[in-house]
Design a protein around this ligand. Structure first.
Ligand code: FAD
Length: 469
């Protein structure tokens, strides 16, 4: 086992919006802190900086009324998931300051024809006008990275996190695979901020950005961290193969029909077409909402590869699939981004409690900024108080390093992707039980460590779906 000679004070895992915001805050709070950001790649990665839309919306509360409204809406749409009123309030209260921070970096927010900031409604919040939108995610990535470099942060690229090092009941660093090198690399740190994104990349059909293996839930579970809402993933209908958003509500009124098991096309039942207006207020499926009947109708006509053959008067025949978009679950954090494991913080798409079953559009980007900043700041402030916690060493690490050939691993990952795709229904079904058993068997048999992490992450999603009423 090779242990990096340097100790870091704060080790941030992941270079998405959440990880970079955490590093920035840590360096500002404690300018002398040794802060490193470790990520798979030097290039823009994940859903923050490399997603297929190349634009992101973010909720911002410009007034106290806005903040009260957002916090109330977060709670209302989040139930019956686990959503914490304190985190909802914090999310709303910090939004304006975090938006101003992004503006100070030069992140290009859209303006209307009058030159003023353009404001939009968000999914599940059709009457609000609080969301701002920025484009050119590559430019945003460079702006965040530049800020961290200016503050003295270190980037460690080409590292794939494969474990949290826990010693004496606290997070003490992380274990990495680096490229083709067989020996894992261990890096020590006084505090670890996990910002590895969500599980959407594990699905056969996903809109998640590249260079994220989707293991965050497995790493958290192995570290024994308390998690919530893992089964509440957002899914959107997307066209195959482009994966681009396909607005179901719009097409429901245009003679939508789907291929049935007997090969014929069946029309959307009239009572379901009537749900199109409600469905038009949100792009993702709505957990527990009446209009989810529309999504269920399509899901019931899925083929083995997870796609649905559909046709509309306007578009003719086409193929669509429920695309895993972003997870609402992850480590349950407090208002400072702390998880249940001392020394381990989580933020962004792998943290939860500020979202529940459904999430207001633009609230995830906001969460990356609010809780990323809070996690980084708190970790850095703790180090100021207890500098000795950064002198970390660990003497013994036991890891199973079995690896199979890449083809075998890809085959397991392909199976998992299809199993997960079948569990999309957002409800308990007999099929889900079968899929869970099959995934469990694959996981027991898997020798390869990467396949095992993917399977464990997938199982945390499926098990949570199976536990829902
Ligand atoms: C197409 C699309 C559009 C979206 N639009 C919106 C929107 O408009 N508004 C909104 O609020 N939300 C939106 N979302 C959701 C939101 O963009 C993401 O949830 C959010 O950006 C996630 O940020 P993050 O920093 O937590 O994770 P990511 O941006 O996914 O970053 C994860 C980072 O961790 C790295 N990583 C992962 N695993 C490892 C590992 N094992 N080792 C090392 N590094 C690793 C990745 O390479 C990456 O750098 C959208 C999502 C998608 C897919």
């Amino acid at each position: 086992m090779r242990t990096d000679r340097r100790n870091f004070d704060i080790l941030v895992l992941g270079a998405g919006l959440a990880g970079l915001r955490a590093a920035w805050a840590a360096l500002e709070e404690n300018p002398g802190a040794r802060v490193a950001v470790a990520a798979v790649s030097d290039a823009p990665s994940g859903s923050s900086f490399a997603n297929i839309h190349d634009r992101l919306g973010m909720q911002v509360c410009f007034t106290d009324n806005d903040a009260a409204d957002l916090a109330a809406e977060v709670l209302a749409v989040g139930r019956p998931g686990h959503v914490d009123p304190i985190l909802a309030e914090v999310l709303a209260a910090d939004s304006l300051a975090r938006f101003e921070d992004m503006r100070s970096l030069g992140v290009p927010f859209l303006r209307g024809q009058d030159g003023n900031l353009a404001l939009f409604s968000g999914c599940f919040s059709p009457h609000s006008r609080r969301a701002v939108v920025f484009e050119d995610l590559g430019a945003a990535f460079r702006a965040f990275r530049g800020k961290i470099a200016d503050l003295g942060g270190v980037f460690l690229s080409g590292l794939t996190a494969r474990g949290i090092i826990v010693a004496d009941g606290a997070a003490r660093g992380a274990l990495f695979a680096c490229g083709e090198q067989e020996t894992p690399l261990a890096i020590a740190a006084g505090a670890v901020v996990l910002a590895l994104g969500g599980p959407a990349p594990l699905f056969a059909w996903s809109q998640a950005g590249p260079r994220n293996p989707g293991w965050s839930y497995a790493l958290l579970a192995r570290a024994g961290v308390r998690m919530v809402n893992q089964g509440y993933l957002q899914y959107m209908w997307g066209q195959v193969p482009s994966r681009r958003f396909w607005p179901l509500a719009q097409h429901a009124g245009q003679g939508l029909r789907v291929r049935d098991r007997d090969g014929s096309f069946v029309p959307l039942p009239a009572d379901l077409a009537g749900l199109a207006t409600a469905r038009g207020t949100h792009c993702p499926f709505g957990f527990g909402l009446h209009d989810a009947a529309l999504d269920r109708f399509l899901l019931a006509h899925r083929q083995a590869d997870g796609t649905v053959e559909a046709a509309t008067d306007a578009e003719g025949p086409l193929r669509i699939a429920p695309m895993a978009h972003a997870g609402n679950g992850g480590a349950l954090v407090d208002a400072h981004g702390r998880t249940s494991l001392p020394g381990l913080y989580a933020c962004g798409e792998c943290a939860s409690g500020m979202h529940g079953a459904n999430r207001i559009g633009g609230a995830m980007v906001l969460a990356t900024q609010v809780f990323g900043a809070r996690a980084g700041r708190h970790a850095a402030a703790c180090l100021k108080k207890n500098p000795e916690t950064s002198d970390t060493s660990f003497t013994e690490l036991r890891i199973s390093d079995a690896a199979t050939d890449p083809k075998a691993r890809q085959e397991v990952e392909r199976k998992l992707a299809l199993f997960l795709q079948r569990s999309v229904a957002m409800q308990k079904t007999p099929a889900l039980r079968d899929v869970l058993r099959a995934t469990g068997r694959l996981c027991e048999a898997a020798g390869d460590w990467q396949a095992k992490l993917a399977l464990e992450a997938g199982l945390t999603v499926m098990n949570h779906v199976a536990s829902l009423n």
